[in-house]
Ligand binder design. Structure first.
Ligand SMILES: [Zn+2]
Ligand SMILES: [Zn+2]
Ligand SMILES: [Zn+2]
Length: 48
């Protein structure tokens, strides 16, 4: 497991199922898009 590449996100993601953008991996579409509309990833305990 690796940490989501969203800076504020604390989620761990499985590289096999993560959302990939270039060489970065994200836990959700919101993180992958840099939270253009504000909402976080929606995972419990995550402040992003
Ligand atoms: Zn998160
Ligand atoms: Zn994330
Ligand atoms: Zn995020």
């Amino acid at each position: 497991m690796v940490k989501c590449d969203c800076e504020r996100c604390v989620c761990q993601v499985d590289p096999a199922t993560a959302i990939r953008v270039g060489d970065k991996v994200y836990c959700s579409d919101a993180c992958a898009q840099g939270h253009p509309n504000g909402p976080g990833c929606g995972h419990a305990g995550c402040p992003c």
